[in-house]
Design a protein around this ligand. Structure first.
Ligand SMILES: [Zn+2]
Length: 164
């Protein structure tokens, strides 16, 4: 188990489409452990993490919300209520700078867990937002892609200040 380094914007792996996990082997279990360690014991705690953020382009996410940690393999999202709600969002790969993003209010997430069992979760509001954010990572999408041009430039300027 280990806390792994978080990949930051500009790293090409964050723009890759992650591949489906076919077998839950030791590598996947270790990857999941490292991801949990990284968001619970790392310097920067987070509510969620996707495998590409620690350099592995596989479809695995970890969500750490209200004292419950969920590890989901090959998660898929179905929108149940498309009413768009604006909410604050940050990303460890974008230096945790907060921005306001509109997302659907309610989703269903289908996935498998580390034992290979099917998982079916309905989530709304903040939790729905976290799931959508993490699944975006598996498709090479970053929250910056949801911003309009002005907000995107503001965010990029802040990132340049922090990272230079
Ligand atoms: Zn993120």
């Amino acid at each position: 188990m280990a806390v792994r380094k978080i990949r930051k914007i500009g790293d090409p792996i964050l723009r890759e489409k992650s591949i489906e996990i076919k077998t839950i082997d030791k590598n996947i279990l270790n990857l999941a452990k490292d991801m949990i360690d990284t968001i619970t014991r790392g310097e920067e705690e987070g509510v969620g993490l996707a495998a590409p953020q620690i350099g592995v382009a596989k479809r695995l996410i970890v969500v750490n919300f209200e004292d419950s940690i969920k590890t989901l393999i090959n998660p898929e999202i179905e929108v149940l209520d498309g009413t768009e709600i604006e909410g604050e969002e940050g990303c460890l790969s974008l230096y945790s700078i907060k921005c306001n993003i509109k997302r659907p209010r309610k989703v269903r997430v289908k996935a498998i867990d580390l034992e290979g069992q099917s998982v079916d979760i309905e989530a709304s509001d903040i939790l729905a937002r976290i799931f959508m954010h993490e699944v975006d990572h598996l498709n090479g999408v970053l929250l910056i892609d949801h911003l309009d041009k002005k907000a995107r430039i503001e965010l990029l300027n802040k990132i340049n200040e922090i990272s230079s």
